[in-house]
Design a protein around this ligand. Structure first.
Ligand code: PTJ
Length: 264
């Protein structure tokens, strides 16, 4: 669902930041319903700030990373998509569409443990049509080595070879890498530890990146394994992050020139 549809709000549709404010509203509602952690509001604000300096649109570098990510998910033996409160509040339908299209489980994995949160997120995913949700049964959980936060408790992630982590805090990607797992991150901050440790880093907003992943998955499902492996082989995450940082510098330089035209 686009934020312009079916949402009751007090923000006029003509407001220049209408869409952005609608997503804020989803995060706030999510917090009231236990889906989003209190800190999720702050995380969202940090994301907005980074989104601003990439021009609030998907850069070419993110599109290239998305191609490698989808190829990687399609060729993986045991892929999984990790779900936290923010992503469940922002793009539940898109997340479920991607999971169903690629036949990949969604695993709820939270940094902030609080009574009722897993149930609230499970309900959101079920309402969006999810058929394979993991991370809900404590008896199936094991602990990831090298991680002390609540994120250490995992189910299918322990067995997975490729893990997609849309929008999250620092140290889990590092822990997953030390366990020889492949990590795909979506993070608006190209300098975060998650972004730097991941094998494939999509520097974009999850609200834009996941729909593009869906389109890409529809196309790539027609490719054979060798073609998909070639896409992965031709992708260099280090070069891609460097190019993203250059793009940010260029954007800020242009914005500086624009600001000077207004400043007296
Ligand atoms: O639901 P939980 O308990 O698992 O907690 C989730 C949050 C997000 C609260 C937790 O993982 C956290 O505190 O994360 P951080 O350390 O604030 O990091 C979040 C990262 O995601 C930052 O690098 C943000 O720039 C980035 N980010 C925020 N919003 C978006 C985003 N990246 C992509 N799309 C966004 N919409």
């Amino acid at each position: 669902m686009s934020p312009n549809e079916n949402e009751n709000h007090s923000v006029p549709i003509t407001h220049p930041r209408y869409s952005s404010l609608q997503y804020r509203h989803r995060i706030i509602e999510g917090m009231k319903n236990l889906v989003v952690a209190e800190a999720g509001l702050i995380a969202h604000g940090r994301g907005e700030c980074f989104d601003y300096i990439i021009g609030e649109k998907t850069p070419k570098t993110a599109k290239d990373a998305i191609k490698a990510a989808v190829a990687s998910l399609l060729t993986a033996k045991k892929p999984v998509i990790s779900v936290n409160g923010n992503v469940a509040a922002l793009v539940p339908n898109e997340l479920v569409t991607l999971s169903n299209l690629l036949d990949i489980p969604l695993e709820i994995n939270l940094f902030y443990s609080k009574e009722g949160r897993v149930k609230a997120i499970t309900d959101v995913l079920i309402n969006a049509g999810a058929t394979d949700i993991r991370g809900t049964n404590e008896t199936l959980m094991t602990e990831l080595k090298g991680l002390e936060s609540n994120r250490r408790k995992v189910d299918f992630i322990a067995k997975a070879d490729v893990i997609m982590v849309p929008l999250e805090d620092g140290d889990r990607t590092e822990a997953l890498k030390k366990l020889n797992k492949q990590v795909i991150a979506i993070d608006l901050n190209p300098l975060s530890r998650t972004a730097l440790w991941a094998d494939i880093t999509i520097v974009d907003n999850v609200i834009r990146a996941i729909p593009i992943m869906i389109e890409t998955a529809q196309k790539f499902k027609k490719l054979n394994t060798n073609e998909l492996l070639e896409i992965i082989k031709n992708f260099d995450n280090k070069v891609n992050i460097q190019k993203t940082l250059d793009l940010i510098i260029d954007y800020i330089t242009t914005q500086k020139e624009e600001a000077f035209k207004i400043l007296k």
